[in-house]
Write a protein that binds this ligand. Structure first.
Ligand code: CAA
Length: 389
């Protein structure tokens, strides 16, 4: 594994990466296939990851986190995702879509109440933006939050909520003033036990099957007005800003999947013989290995660069949307490319559930879809480059 030449990893970073790697090998590798098959949420290992500080890596210690930097976060997430992308996305959502947003936009009381249990791994956090009719065009949501004295009453349908079936706490986006469109969206912190919050069926997914995903219905859910995150009307910008952090998490997950698929292919190409030589000796296979390795290292550079931009933004307030979108776009398309090539190099055995290559292939696809499709990342990048936004 290479260090980034312009930003060599510190001893602390390398230590954390080693702890994450050991944990993933010892605790997650033995159960990954079983949980993928059953689709059960891996509560036990998630709690253990929390005890190691992995559920709130950048969160301050006083709110239950590990108080490390953004580079530390992506290094640990990459190691977890290398072994299992389902654990990877649960970790990513807890850290980026949930804790990060409250750290950035929450009040002191909100941080104590809503971050501490999740960052310490004793509770699960989720982020709920998408609705059945609005995915990429997130500003066209229909869910309504209506103020009534010291409360808001929430009504509507949300979909594709990662950890939706099990989340203890959620960041939820709803319209408070539909006439203002995007500028009428507000963000709320919702306790999962709130009356009227109904969890829909678990989505039967192609990959990341151990991470539970569902619809959520809000039927006259009454929450205190002090649970509003940010000001009324700021919700869309909060959602987008949180997604910048989230996209860096998904880029780390994608890099982890790509590395696992690559390593399996590299070993197989060196050992498997055909026509009197290891198949890696044939140029058709050797060139695949070269392209896989090169794209992985390019993804790593974009990812670490985005993590450093995110870290710098904590003091400068500068947006890192461009860096995050480029990292997510390239790493997710690399994960899909590498998983595809790895399966092809393995041939028949790659198609079997006896080895995890088919799981990498299934898991890779979602990284091109959630937290902004590849098309949305290209939109963000091109608008930024052309000065259109
Ligand atoms: N940070 C801060 N502000 C931002 C921002 C960001 N990253 N991006 C946009 N904004 C601001 C803009 O500056 C603009 O502000 P002004 O009106 O004051 O100028 C405002 O938000 C509106 O921005 P746009 O005009 O660019 O909005 P748009 O409607 O054109 O949409 C988009 C832009 C990039 C397409 C956006 O809608 C988007 O990212 N869509 C994809 C949504 C997505 O990723 N969904 C995934 C949900 S999570 C998930 O996958 C499930 C899960 O659980 C993991």
């Amino acid at each position: 594994m290479t260090d980034l030449p312009i930003h060599p990893l510190s001893t602390e970073h390398k230590l954390l990466r080693g702890v994450a790697r050991d944990f993933a090998q010892k605790e997650i590798a033995p159960i990954a296939a079983e949980f993928d098959e059953s689709g059960e949420f891996p509560h036990m290992t998630i709690r253990k990851m929390g005890a190691l500080g992995f559920m709130g890596i950048e969160v301050l210690e006083k709110y239950g986190g590990a108080e490390m930097d953004s580079l530390a976060y992506v290094l640990a997430l990459e190691e977890i995702s290398k072994v299992d992308a389902s654990h990877g996305v649960i970790m990513s959502v807890n850290n980026s879509l949930y804790c990060h947003g409250i750290m950035q936009f929450g009040t002191e009381d909100q941080k104590i109440k809503f971050i501490t249990p999740v960052a310490s791994g004793n509770a699960v956090g989720a982020y709920s933006l998408t609705e059945p009719q609005s995915g990429s065009d997130a500003g066209t949501m229909k869910s309504r939050a209506i103020r009534n004295g010291d409360f808001y009453v929430l009504n509507g349908h949300k979909s594709w909520v990662t950890s939706g079936p099990v989340a203890d706490y959620l960041v939820v986006f709803m319209m408070t003033d539909p006439d203002k469109k995007q500028k009428g969206v507000s963000a709320f912190l919702v306790d999962g036990k709130t009356k009227g919050l109904i969890r829909g069926r678990k989505e039967p997914k192609l990959g990341i099957r151990a991470s539970s995903t569902s619809e959520l219905t809000f039927e006259d859910c009454c929450i205190p007005s002090e649970n509003r995150l940010g000001e009324e009307g700021e919700g869309f910008k909060i959602a987008m800003s949180i997604l910048d952090a989230g996209r860096i998490g998904i880029a780390s997950q994608a890099l982890g999947i790509a590395e696992a698929a690559y390593e399996a292919a590299r070993q197989y190409a060196s050992q498997r013989e055909a026509f009197g030589q290891p198949i890696g000796g044939f140029q058709g296979t050797g060139f695949k290995i070269a392209d896989m390795k090169t794209r992985i290292e390019a993804s790593r550079l974009l990812l670490y660069n985005a993590a450093i931009a995110k870290e710098n933004s904590k003091s400068t307030g500068k947006r890192y949307s461009l860096e995050a979108s480029m990292a997510k776009l390239f790493a997710s398309e690399t994960a899909m490319f590498v998983a595809h090539q790895s399966l092809q190099i393995h041939g028949g055995i790659g198609y079997s559930r006896d080895i995890p290559v088919e799981r990498y292939f299934r898991d890779a696809k979602i990284t091109e879809i959630y937290e902004g499709t590849s098309e949305i990342q290209r939109l963000v990048i091109s608008r930024s480059e052309l000065g259109l936004k």
